[in-house]
Design a protein around this ligand. Structure first.
Ligand code: CA
Length: 223
């Protein structure tokens, strides 16, 4: 899951980045509204956390602009009690959810999970394929009931593939959604992670589609 954090307060942005990365999210940070618009347009995110009080364009304006451009990434607005912005402005800006500062971390995480689930409509809470069971909330992957020991990156790759069962996912797509923008290595790192995942799983669950990418077939390997 790739999240864009638009927040001008450095300490807040750093704490969000740290906390979300610990949960396995890939985090991009924008420090003002213009930067946020640019980054939201440049890269596909699974969810955007948007502070209302920003220098230049405020969060409501950024949100409305993105919606006007047809960008429908789920947006969680961070609001503050003492702000004197027009609340009516927020209501029709097109945000999906609101969270007042200061907030408790578990609440933020629960909201993000709910929003990303909603984002894909029928998306199941727990993902299953070929005897594997991935719980995005609990950050675990079990095989025939036994937990596999995965790094958070391996888990992120597996979650991304399992959410797109039956569809070929390219290395570039995996790089974009499971690695930071700051990562400047090539697709070889994806191959290394796929190799490790295959070794840990020990069954041909992740198939290679030559020249295209990887595929978890939702039918072939069902027991
Ligand atoms: Ca702010």
């Amino acid at each position: 899951m790739r999240v864009l954090v638009v927040e001008d307060e450095q300490a807040m942005a750093a704490s969000l980045t740290w906390g979300l990365q610990a949960e396995g999210y890939v985090v991009d940070v924008a420090v003002n509204g213009e930067d946020g618009l640019w980054k939201a347009r440049e890269t596909a995110h699974d969810v955007i956390i948007l502070d209302v009080m920003l220098p230049g364009l405020n969060g409501y304006q950024v949100c409305r602009q993105l919606r006007e451009e047809g960008l429908w990434t789920p947006i969680l607005m961070l609001t503050a009690m003492d702000e004197d912005l027009d609340q009516a402005e927020g209501l029709d800006s097109g945000a999906d959810d609101y969270l007042a500062k200061p907030f408790a971390y578990p609440v933020l995480l629960a909201r993000l999970r709910a929003m990303t689930r909603r984002g894909l409509g029928e998306r199941p809470a727990v993902l299953t394929a070929a005897g594997l069971r991935l719980d995005p909330a609990g950050r675990t992957l079990t095989q025939d009931g036994v937990a596999l020991d995965l790094t958070s990156r391996e888990l992120a790759v597996m979650e991304y593939l399992m959410r797109r069962q039956g569809r070929v996912v390219s290395k570039t797509e995996l790089l974009e959604h499971c690695w930071d923008v700051a990562y400047d290595g090539g697709p070889a790192v994806v191959e290394v992670h796929i190799h490790r995942l295959r070794r840990k799983i020990g069954r041909p669950v992740i198939l290679t589609v030559r020249g295209e990418g990887y595929l978890i077939d939702d039918h072939t390997h069902e027991h």
